[in-house]
Design a protein around this ligand. Structure first.
Ligand SMILES: [Fe+2]
Ligand SMILES: [Fe+2]
Length: 474
């Protein structure tokens, strides 16, 4: 018999929970099968310089060393319990936080946990092939770190399903390993997680935009009145920060390299920029437009009775709920949402409870703006006359009040034909993808070397030098 306490670092007293142990005995081998099948291609014997969490203490969640990824110790960690914690919003506000699942919210909570859990293996599947075209060992190590941590986030959600949801939970845990990103018959639950991530620019955009959606969802669930969910999400957030760092610095380094080459050769025309083997800023803008718009859809409909119910029941709060100064019930407050009416975008006040998806989306957009302005600084600093912009919130949307309307990046409502005629000014075309992929046809695997289209990072991982052997191929 496998000693799970040893194999699975945890702070949930796994060794003493027989029911949970038995559930994991079935699930763990299935998880490994999934990893061998859908984890990073050809990577199983590599030794990767990874961070492994072995406890929630500051010195325990960042242990670095060489690991073969199938032997990564996917742990189960919850932030320590605060005995005095309460439900902080909705109709149960002021009651002690729930340590077990309230019967009337069982199916809603299970749905929330499954939807979050489904995104974690999905992104590993989307990124499966990228290791074969990495721009450096440093970047290869980073994508693998992101992949094993998304695997751990799946473990975190599966722990909750096994521990608190009995047989339905076990069935859901199996389904999480059966769906596949982009599969026609059995796709992942949310749209953006079925889009391909075909190249490294898409990967960095994904970790900047879509992992940040993950952050905001986790922040909202960290406020949950169901305490084990809250404590699980709080620990996951420590890892999510690294994923967004990988995305922001990855795009930043691509921009930096492009600007260096533009200045060096005194060129601005995208065709000239491409002839130097780097990615023109116009293409980067189109990738940005795509990833931003598909990620905005992940927040759901602008007006949603589900969102209202989740809040009123105390299951899912707002971003930084306990720091907000209002009644935390919202029964009489309003919130503005956009609507397309008579060929124009107009603002409409709706009940704040029904607009909670929109509010979380707006909080997210604020943080995105800051990141994009940091990218802009790289361009300005190089002295290149180019402005990166965030498209209008309604651009290229498939869910909510903008769905079915044709909105330009600057917020004009236009006819379908007019929009379609110009869509490849705004979104990556097949030719763009082909060009970007042509730069990434093999891996750069010599320690300290970087592909021509990306600048080296400022520093290495865990104070190691840039020419450190972050991955050993064996
Ligand atoms: Fe995650
Ligand atoms: Fe992530």
């Amino acid at each position: 018999m496998i000693d799970y306490t040893d194999r699975i670092p945890n702070n949930v007293d796994l060794g003493r929970d027989r029911v949970l142990q038995r559930a994991l005995e079935h699930w763990q081998p299935a998880y490994l099968d999934w990893w061998y099948d859908m984890g990073p291609t050809e990577s199983h014997s590599y030794e990767v310089y990874l961070r492994t969490a072995i406890s929630v203490e500051p010195d325990g969640w960042a242990q670095f060393g060489y690991v073969k990824m199938p032997e990564y110790r996917w742990g189960i960690f919850l932030q320590p319990r605060d005995e005095s914690r309460q439900v902080n919003f909705g109709t149960h506000k002021g009651q002690p936080a729930w340590q077990e699942v309230p019967g009337e919210y069982r199916s809603a909570l299970r749905r929330i946990i499954v939807t979050q859990g489904d995104t974690e293996p999905a992104s590993v599947e989307q990124q499966k092939m990228l290791g074969l075209s990495c721009p450096s060992l440093y970047d290869l190590r980073n994508i693998f770190q992101v992949n094993v941590e998304e695997g751990r986030h799946l473990w975190a959600m599966v722990y909750l399903l096994h521990r608190y949801f009995g047989r339905d939970g076990r069935e859901e845990a199996e389904s999480l390993l059966a769906r596949r990103s982009g599969d026609e018959d059995n796709p992942r639950i949310l749209g953006a997680f079925n889009e391909p991530t075909p190249d490294w620019l898409a990967f960095y955009m994904f970790t900047f935009f879509t992992d940040r959606d993950g952050k905001f969802q986790l922040c909202a669930l960290a406020e949950s009145g169901f305490d084990p969910l809250s404590r699980t999400c709080r620990f996951m957030l420590t890892e999510e920060a690294h994923h967004m760092f990988v995305g922001e610095t990855g795009v930043g380094r691509i921009i930096q390299r492009t600007c260096e080459v533009m200045k060096q050769h005194n060129i601005e025309d995208p065709a000239d920029v491409r002839s130097q083997g780097v990615i023109d800023l116009q293409t980067i803008q189109r990738y940005l437009n795509f990833h931003y718009s598909v990620t905005l859809d992940l927040y759901g409909s602008d007006v949603s009775s589900n969102a209202a119910n989740y809040f009123t029941s105390g299951l899912k709060g707002r971003f930084r709920e306990t720091k907000l100064e209002d009644d935390h019930v919202l029964s009489s407050a309003d919130y503005p949402v956009f609507e397309v009416s008579g060929g124009k975008i107009v603002t409409k006040q709706v009940g704040a409870l029904t607009a909670l998806n929109e509010r979380l989306r707006d909080d997210y957009i604020e943080e995105i703006k800051d990141g994009v302005s940091r990218w802009q600084r790289v361009i300005d600093h190089a002295g290149v006359p180019f402005k990166l912009t965030l498209p209008h919130k309604g651009f290229h949307r498939a869910i909510g009040n903008f769905a079915g309307h044709y909105i330009t990046p600057d917020g004009q409502v236009v006819r379908e034909e007019a929009w379609k005629q110009r869509q490849y000014e705004w979104l990556p075309s097949d030719a763009d993808y082909k060009y970007v992929q042509s730069l990434m046809c093999g891996r750069v695997a010599e320690p300290g070397k970087f592909a021509n289209w990306i600048a080296p990072p400022l520093r290495g991982i865990n104070s190691q030098p840039l020419n450190f052997e972050y991955v050993r191929f064996n």
